[in-house]
Write a protein that binds this ligand. Structure first.
Ligand code: ADP
Ligand code: MN
Length: 259
């Protein structure tokens, strides 16, 4: 079965399909005709073979489950094409040489395309570094980003750190140190500051933290990169503090990361 119906899904292998009106509204909201066209193109090119239910519906993007031609599980992140939510993004892209070319900065549709490409490139950079686990990027086409689906093994997505059930206190501390180490490796090896790091954008997959949602990540020369880094550190400390870990001072973590 190789087709995508407008506003709907092919019947997945026992996967969640959306049922009520509110779900459908969300789906139709994001899957405008142009997005459908890009999805069809990806299907025709054999990148996607089966498109399934929505696994996350956010302010700026929805994430769907899909299968690839070899039956591999994929996550499809589709950026919403509404203008409002993109106002916020300018401050991330403005200081970036990589995205300097920009009359596109005033055209929302082009802006979204740049945004999706930026996430794709950041994912590729992180993934190919081999030092910070993330979802392997597969393809990007306009506002549609295809990547590896981080799964729990039973069809469900791996949990975000926010929803993760720790085995014991030792594991909490272990993941705290890992989170700090990954911020440093991101900075030192990948030359990136995540800039929206929190328990919502870290997935626990195969006993390792996976860093996701990197569309807003910036390089160290971005004029606000160190402010973003301080914010990331603050979020990580706030979360692990709540989990009862004894924390390092934010200043010390900051020095450790940039030194
Ligand atoms: P946003 O926060 O902008 O809506 P994210 O990239 O953070 O978008 O994705 C939203 C949620 O979808 C994540 O918190 C995670 O639960 C899920 N998700 C995203 N990418 C994947 C993936 N590759 N594999 C499994 N789950 C994912
Ligand atoms: Mn997110």
């Amino acid at each position: 079965e190789n087709r995508i119906e407008n506003g709907g899904f092919t019947s997945g292998k026992g996967n969640k399909t959306y049922k009520d009106k509110s779900d459908r509204a969300t789906v139709e909201n994001v899957l405008d005709p142009r997005t459908m066209k890009f999805l069809s193109a990806l299907t025709n090119r054999g990148v996607i073979s089966e498109f399934n239910g929505c696994i996350s519906s956010g302010k700026e993007a929805n994430v769907y489950h899909a299968f690839g031609p070899e039956g591999q599980e994929l996550a499809i992140k589709i950026y919403k094409t509404s203008i409002l939510v993109f106002k916020d993004r300018e401050r991330y892209v403005d200081g970036e040489f990589r995205f300097r070319n920009s009359r596109s900065q005033h055209n929302p549709r082009k802006m979204i395309k740049i945004w999706a490409e930026k996430e794709f490139r950041n994912l590729r950079r992180i993934h190919s570094s081999g030092v910070v686990p993330t979802a392997c990027p597969v393809e990007v086409k306009s506002n549609v980003l295809v990547m590896q689906f981080l799964n729990r093994g039973d069809g469900a997505p791996s949990p975000r750190l926010k929803d993760y059930q720790y085995k014991d206190e030792l594991e909490v501390a272990h993941y705290y140190y890992k989170a700090i180490a990954y911020m440093r490796l991101l900075y030192q090896v990948c030359r990136l500051v995540h800039a929206d790091l929190s328990e919502y954008n870290i997935v626990v997959h195969q006993n390792a933290l996976h860093i996701i949602d990197v569309s807003q990540s910036v390089e160290p020369y971005h004029p606000m990169s160190l402010d973003f880094l301080r914010m990331d550190i603050k979020n990580i400390n706030a979360y692990f503090g709540k989990m009862g870990v004894s924390l390092f001072q934010e200043r010390m973590i900051f020095q450790f990361i940039i030194a």
